[in-house]
Design a protein around this ligand. Structure first.
Ligand code: GRF
Length: 199
C-alpha cells in the first residue's frame, strides 16, 4: 500500500519505515513525506531515499482551516492508502481527517490515555511513572484521543531525564510503528467505535 508520512522533527520513525519498505514483502511503500517545517530532518531523510516531499508551513496561510486544506491537498497528491503521523507536531483538522477517514494513524511516546499532548515523555517523567511506553492509534479530531491500534511498555529507569527516556521509548516505538504500518498495509484496518481490527 501507498503510505504518506507526516514529520516535523528528526524523522527517525520515517527512517525506520523507509528501511522496512525496501523489502518488497513489507507491503507498504513510502510514496511521499509532508512536513509543516521546511527544516525538518525528516525531509532530508526522504530526499536521501528519493521520496518526494512537500512542505506546508502554517505561516504561509491566513488561518488554520486554510492550512489544513493545504495539508489535505498535499497528502492527496500522493494518492495514499494510509497516512502516518510520525513526530508531526500539529493537530490535523477536519479537511485532512475527512479526506482520509480512518486512514490516518499516529505514534505517541506514552501509554495513552496517559500523558497525551506534545510533552508525553516529560509529563510521564514528572509524574513519577515507573512504566510508560508508546501507542500507535487512529487519529480522530481530538489530541492523541483516537482508537488504539497497538501499545508497548517501556520502563522508566533511575536517573532518566527526558532525553534518555525518550530515546529508550523511540527504540520500541519505531519497531511498533514499522510492524503495524506493515500489517495495516498488507491486511487492512477496520475501525468500529473504539475498536480497531487489523487483518
Ligand atoms: C516520536 O517519539 C513521536 O512519537 C513524538 O516525537 C518523536 C518524533 O521522533 N511525537 P522522530 O522525528 O520520528 O525521530
Amino acid at each position: 500500500g501507498r503510505v504518506v508520512v507526516l514529520v516535523s522533527g528528526a524523522g527517525s520513525n520515517l527512517a525506520a519505515l523507509l528501511a522496512a519498505h525496501d523489502d518488497p514483502a513489507y507491503g507498504a511503500r513510502v510514496v511521499g513525506v509532508v512536513s509543516d517545517k521546511p527544516g525538518a530532518g525528516g525531509l532530508e531523510i526522504a530526499r536521501a531515499h528519493g521520496v518526494p516531499t512537500a512542505v506546508v508551513a502554517p505561516a504561509d496561510f491566513p488561518d488554520r482551516a486554510a492550512w489544513d486544506r493545504a495539508v489535505a491537498e498535499s497528502i492527496a497528491v500522493f494518492r495514499p492508502d494510509l497516512v502516518v503521523s510520525a513526530g508531526f507536531m500539529r493537530i490535523l483538522g477536519a479537511a485532512t481527517l475527512g479526506r482520509f477517514p480512518d486512514r490516518v494513524v499516529n505514534t505517541h511516546p506514552a501509554l495513552l490515555p496517559a500523558f497525551p499532548g506534545a510533552h508525553g515523555v516529560r509529563d510521564a517523567l514528572a509524574y513519577g511513572a515507573r512504566v510508560t511506553g508508546c501507542t500507535v492509534h487512529v487519529v480522530d479530531a481530538g489530541v492523541d484521543s483516537g482508537p488504539i491500534i497497538a501499545q508497548a511498555a517501556v520502563e522508566v529507569q533511575p536517573g532518566d531525564d527526558e532525553a534518555s527516556l525518550h530515546e529508550r521509548i523511540k527504540v520500541v516505538e519505531r519497531a511498533l510503528l514499522v510492524e503495524w504500518v506493515g500489517r495495516i498495509a498488507r491486511e487492512g484496518m477496520r475501525v468500529e467505535g473504539r475498536q480497531v481490527s487489523v487483518g
